[in-house]
Ligand binder design. Structure first.
Ligand code: F6R
Length: 613
């Protein structure tokens, strides 16, 4: 996820780009850059690692001058966040200039092909290849006119696979900027004698309230006075702009009241991004894992904190079930001061969305000293955990602005389970049928999560009941227990309502003493081999007159006999419950928090990355 702005018109473009990028910084902030076509027909680029303010301060009001340009604020997916990898990127002549949001899946092969044809690359990004492809296609077409440039961009787009929104311009072509979209957002702002591209509406509002949505597979050519839309094959498309009624603040949150809710609702798209190119009907594709010598591994230790620790618990269940490798999941602050049996035969899996959690980093150093191989899962390219890890898997879900983890958690679980599936297939531990079914389940995952978001209204009305209570219990078994732990943590974090999660079978060993009509119990009672046991535990709870809210599988209507309320989630294999049960639980905690007047985006006492012990 990155922020993109493009402009053609009559205004001095530098301030337009910098202001637009400021509005899009929530989409990424590890580097920023602008490119301006000057009136002499030169492309001037300024880009800098770090937040946009770094670039703005350096420019100090003297951005290159011109009325055609583009800007980018980056959330890295390929290549560390540094000056060289910051966008815009050019071909070697410096004439074709490109910004990009998304992932080019076949970039490695395209890069190799381009190298054999003599192209030289400056950066480690997937984006840069696109500038070279456009330049090649443009050169094939004779004169450097606008029509040929549009054709060249269309031809280059046909060579790339993956998700993208691109904005492209060429030093030789005045008054033209081209955009294209496939699975990554890009919209057009239609102005008076000016037109713009942007990843999102906030960047347009200073200039126009007329916006036009670009569909996947379309190419759009903007001049100062025209917007022309084409299919990849060059057919013209007619579309009317719509009127934007949002103010800037609600536009940044995509119309949601908070980043927390926005990020909850973003989960289907975030998961699609995390899984894109990594799983298909043929198998799991995680080239990142090639760096690990799996022949040496006899055990895995998973180390993390908080929500990331919960994702680790789901991973343990999947790894032990599918790969039959012994796994310990440890809280990082405990692991580092215990005496873990960690050596060259251990794979240490470190889960940290920020990549900066001090306790997790300390475990990383300890395990490396003892010869363990390390696999890190993080959302932040170039973060501390990525330095020195043998393998790194990026979540690719874009920045999570809400302090409380939502989309990073569901992506962690999905990707860790994908690692388990990859490993099981590698070790020949799955039958063809198991493999086929499990692969197809991952392909359906974004749609399944989308379906769970339909529980919003029900979560809202249940929240009214919960709000009045002093405490809530959550329970489940196996994968359901993981969902219970994460659901309880969400409730505590955003609403400050006390909540505890237990393995359902543990309740009778003590916590049941607490139960009375004042303590509601949220039971993860989804379909599984242990569902009848969970139902018995629900009966035990009801016998103590505690109200029960169940999360159950669609079709299991009998659960309603054992609960006061039931939220149904789609039928899916058990291993997806830590993901599928979460959106309803996140929404439940959100509405309890709202009723209790809490700041859900920045709950008291919490920080997005915990860099102290
Ligand atoms: C919960 C939450 C925290 C983090 C924990 C670890 O919503 O965000 O519990 O999960 O502080 O952070 P990372 O994953 O950055 O290591």
């Amino acid at each position: 996820m990155c922020g993109i702005v493009g402009y053609v018109g009559y205004k001095e473009v530098g301030p337009v780009l910098l202001d637009g990028l400021k509005r899009l910084e929530y989409r990424g902030y590890d580097s920023a850059g602008i490119a301006v076509r000057t009136s002499e027909g030169k492309i001037e680029i300024r880009k800098r690692e770090g937040k946009l303010s770094q670039l703005t301060n350096e420019l100090n009001g003297s951005a290159p001058r011109g009325t055609l340009g583009m800007g980018h604020t980056r959330w890295a997916t390929h290549g560390a966040p540094n000056d060289v990898n910051a966008h815009p990127h050019t071909d070697e002549s410096g004439r074709v200039v490109v910004i990009h949001n998304g992932i080019i899946e076949n970039y490695a092969e395209l890069r190799e092909e381009l190298k054999t044809r003599g192209h030289v690359f400056q950066s480690q990004t997937d984006t840069e290849i696109f500038a070279h492809l456009v330049e090649e296609e443009f050169a094939k077409r004779g004169n450097a006119g606008a029509v040929n440039f549009i054709d060249a961009v269309r031809a280059a787009l046909k060579l790339v696979r993956g998700a993208y929104s691109f904005v492209v311009m060429d030093a030789r072509v005045p008054d033209l900027i081209i955009g294209a979209r496939h699975f990554s957002p890009l919209i057009v702002g239609v102005g008076e004698n000016e037109n713009l591209f942007a990843s999102d509406i906030p960047a347009l509002l200073e200039h126009t309230r007329k916006a036009l949505i670009i569909q996947d597979g379309e190419v759009v050519a903007l001049t100062h006075d025209a917007v022309r839309i084409f299919t990849l094959d060059g057919e013209s498309v007619e579309r009317e702009p719509f009127e934007v009624t949002w103010d800037v603040t609600s536009a940044e949150k995509g119309g949601y009241p908070t980043f927390f809710t926005k990020e909850i609702f973003e989960q289907p798209a975030a998961l699609a991004n995390a899984l894109r190119g990594r799983v298909d009907t043929d198998g799991v594709h995680l080239p990142e894992l090639d760096a690990i010598d799996f022949e040496r591994i006899e055990r895995a230790h998973i180390v993390a904190c908080g929500t990331s620790y919960h994702a680790g618990l789901a991973a343990k269940l999947a790894l032990e079930q599918w790969v039959r490798v012994p796994v310990n999941v440890e809280i990082a602050s405990e692991y580092r001061y215990a005496s873990p049996v960690v050596d060259g035969k251990t794979l240490l899996i470190l889960i940290t969305q920020s990549g900066e959690t001090a306790d997790t980093l300390a475990c990383f150093r300890l395990a490396k000293e003892r010869g363990a191989q390390t696999l890190a899962l993080t959302n932040v390219v170039g973060s501390s955990i990525t330095r020195g890890a043998d393998a790194v898997i990026y979540l690719r879900v874009g920045p999570e602005i809400g302090v409380v983890a939502t989309k990073t958690y569901t992506a962690q679980v999905a990707l860790l389970e994908l690692v388990a599936l990859w490993w099981a297939i590698r070790n020949g531990r799955m039958t063809n049928d198991e493999r086929r079914i499990t692969l197809s389940t991952f392909l359906r995952l974004p749609d399944l999560v989308e379906a769970t978001l339909g529980a919003e209204q029900q979560a809202k009305s249940l929240a009214e009941k919960l709000t009045a209570h002093r405490s809530a219990f959550f329970f489940g078994r196996g994968f359901g227990y993981v969902a219970a732990l994460e659901g309880a943590l969400k409730l505590k974090e955003v609403s400050y309502l006390h909540a505890e999660a237990y393995a359902a079978g543990e309740l009778k060993h003590g916590p049941i003493a607490m139960l009375d009509p004042e303590i509601p119990v949220i039971a993860i009672a989804t379909r599984s081999a242990t569902l009848d046991k969970v139902v018995s535990n629900m009966q035990e709870v009801r016998a103590r007159r505690a109200p029960v809210i169940a999360i159950a599988t669609e079709g299991d209507t009998f659960i309603a006999q054992h609960a006061d309320d039931v939220i149904y989630i789609p039928s899916a294999p058990e291993h997806l419950v830590p993901i599928l049960a979460l959106a309803p639980l996140q929404l439940l905690s959100y509405y309890v928090a709202v009723a209790r007047g809490c700041d859900v985006d920045q709950p008291r006492n919490l920080a997005k990355s915990v860099t102290v012990e």
